[in-house]
Design a protein around this ligand. Structure first.
Ligand code: HEM
Length: 419
C-alpha cells in the first residue's frame, strides 16, 4: 500500500472522500482567486509580457510559448508495483501544486513560499513515457510513437539520462523559480514518483523586440530560425487533435487525430547533445558557417542577406561548388516532405567539466511534434547519415514522451487518459 500522508489525505479526493474533495475544491477556488489577482497585476500598462502563464486550458503551457531563459528537465520513475491509482494520485498532487506555482503561490506544503511569490512566467509541462502507460494498464491505447527512438549511427548514449516514466519540463524567467518549482514538485511527488535525473539549461532570446524561438547556442549560432508557426496556422504539425474514434470534443478537429486521452497534447523528444567547444575553437569563421550553411552574425543563409531569406540550394560559387554544402546541417535537416517539420525548443547546458576536461557543454535538444516517428525520425536519420556538425556534436541521451493535454477547470492533468 502506498504511503498516505497528511498531504495525500488533503489532496486525494480519490481516497479521502467528501472532506478531501472539499479541500481540493477550496484550494482550486483560492488558486483561481489568486490567479485573477496576479493576472491583473501582469496586465498593467508597464508590463512587457504577462508574468504568469495560464495553467488551465485545453493545452499545457510550455510548448508554443516563447521559451523562457531558464529550464530544468526532470525525469522521474514510478515505483515498483505502481498502478493506475498511483498515476491518478500523482496527477492529483501535481495538478494542484503546478496550478499554485504557476500562479506565483507556493504549494500547500511549501516550506519556502516566498520563493514562489515572484511571478516569472513559470511553466511546468507534464509528459509521460511508455512506463506510465504500462503502470496504468493502458498499453492498449499507448500511441505507437511512444516507444524508444531507433538507434542512430551518431548516438553514444550513456546511462545517465535514460527514458523515464514521467518528465517535468520546468521553465521560467528566473533560475530561482525553476529551482524552487523543481524541488517542490519532486519532493511533493514522493513516493508516487521518484526523481531519476535532472538536466538544466539556459538560453537567451535574440532580442526583446523579437520574442520567439531563436537564440544563440554555445557555438555562437543563431538557432531556431526555421520553425513551424506558433500562431495557430501550423497547429497540425505540433498538436494532437480530437480523437475521431471516440468522437472527441471537436475542438481540435483540424489537427492530427489523437490517441485516446491525448487530444490537446503533443509529443516531446529530448536528446542531450554534447558540443565540443575545444575542437570547434580550431575552426575559422568561414569553416563554421560552411558547416551549418548559415552566417554566424546574422543567421542568414550563405546565399542570402537576412535571417528570414530562403536558402538558394542551387546557387554555386566561382568554382561551381554549391554555396550551401549538401552535407551542411541546414541542408540535411530541412524538410523533404511537408510533414517533416518539428518545433525545436532546445536549451544550452554548460556543466562543470570533469577533471582534466576543459568544457562540458551542449544542447538539451527538445522538440515538439504531433508524431515523432513521422516528423522527427526522418530528420534525425538524415543528420545521422551525414551532417558536418556531427564532427563537433555527440548525442548522449534520447527520450520520447507524450505531453498530456491541459487540465480544464476542475479536472486533473491526465484525466482523459486515466479516468
Ligand atoms: C548540438 C546539436 C545541434 C545544433 C548546434 C544545431 C544548430 C542548428 C542551427 C544553427 C540551425 C540553423 C538555424 C535554424 O533554422 O534554427 C539549425 C537548423 C535546424 N536544425 Fe539543428 N542543431 C542541432 C541538432 C539538431 C537536431 C538533433 C535536429 C533534429 C533531429 C535538428 C533539426 C534542425 C532543423 C529541422 C533545422 C531547420 C532546417 C531548415 O529547414 O532550414 N537540429 N540547427
Amino acid at each position: 500500500m502506498e504511503g498516505l500522508d497528511r498531504r495525500a489525505v488533503l489532496r486525494t479526493g480519490l481516497l479521502a472522500g467528501g472532506a478531501g474533495a472539499a479541500a481540493v475544491a477550496a484550494t482550486h477556488l483560492a488558486v483561481e482567486a489568486n490567479r485573477a489577482g496576479v493576472g491583473s497585476r501582469a496586465a498593467a500598462p508597464t508590463a512587457v509580457r504577462p508574468a504568469v502563464l495560464p495553467f488551465r486550458g485545453s493545452r499545457q503551457s510550455g510548448v508554443v510559448d516563447a521559451p523562457q531563459p531558464f529550464a530544468a528537465f526532470v525525469g522521474l520513475d514510478l515505483p515498483e508495483g505502481a498502478t493506475r491509482l498511483t498515476c491518478r494520485r500523482l496527477m492529483r498532487v501535481w495538478t494542484d501544486d503546478i496550478e499554485r506555482l504557476m500562479a506565483a503561490r507556493g504549494p500547500l506544503t511549501d516550506l519556502e513560499p516566498e520563493l514562489a511569490a515572484v511571478p516569472s512566467r513559470l511553466s511546468v509541462t507534464v509528459a509521460v513515457g511508455p512506463g506510465f502507460y504500462a503502470a496504468a494498464g493502458l498499453d492498449a491505447v499507448r500511441p505507437s510513437w511512444l516507444a524508444p527512438l531507433p538507434a542512430f549511427a551518431v548516438d553514444r548514449l550513456n546511462r545517465d539520462w535514460p527514458q523515464t516514466d514521467v518528465l517535468l519540463q520546468i521553465r521560467a524567467d528566473s533560475p530561482v523559480s525553476v529551482a524552487h518549482a523543481a524541488r517542490r514538485l519532486v519532493v511533493g511527488a514522493e513516493p508516487l514518483a521518484v526523481q531519476r535525473w535532472v538536466q538544466r539549461g539556459f538560453r537567451e532570446p535574440l532580442t526583446d523586440a523579437r520574442p520567439g524561438m531563436p537564440f544563440r547556442n554555445l557555438f555562437g549560432q543563431v538557432d531556431g530560425t526555421v520553425q513551424p508557426a506558433t500562431d495557430g496556422s501550423d497547429d497540425r504539425l505540433v498538436w494532437l487533435g480530437a480523437d475521431p474514434a471516440t468522437g472527441g470534443d471537436g475542438a481540435e478537429a483540424a489537427g492530427t487525430p489523437a490517441p485516446k486521452g491525448l487530444a490537446g497534447g503533443t509529443s516531446l523528444v529530448i536528446r542531450r547533445i554534447a558540443m565540443n567547444l575545444d575542437t570547434w575553437d580550431q575552426i575559422d569563421r568561414a569553416g563554421r558557417e560552411h558547416a551549418v550553411g548559415r552566417r554566424l552574425g546574422s543567421g542568414a543563409p550563405l546565399t542570402g542577406r537576412v535571417e528570414a531569406d530562403l536558402p538558394d540550394l542551387a546557387a554555386t560559387d566561382d568554382l561551381g561548388f554549391p554555396v550551401i554544402d549538401p552535407v551542411s546541417h541546414v541542408r540535411r535537416a530541412m524538410a523533404t516532405e511537408p510533414h517533416e517539420r518539428i518545433l525545436r525548443a532546445p536549451y544550452s547546458y554548460d556543466d562543470p567539466p570533469a577533471p582534466g576536461q576543459r568544457s562540458n557543454c551542449g544542447l538539451v535538444f527538445v522538440s515538439f511534434q504531433a508524431d515523432p516517428v513521422r516528423q522527427f525520425v526522418p530528420i534525425q536519420q538524415r543528420l545521422a547519415e551525414a551532417d558536418l556538425l556531427n564532427i563537433w556534436t555527440t548525442p548522449l541521451s534520447s527520450g520520447v514522451y507524450a505531453v498530456l493535454p491541459g487540465a480544464q477547470a476542475g479536472e486533473d492533468l491526465g484525466a482523459a487518459l486515466l479516468d
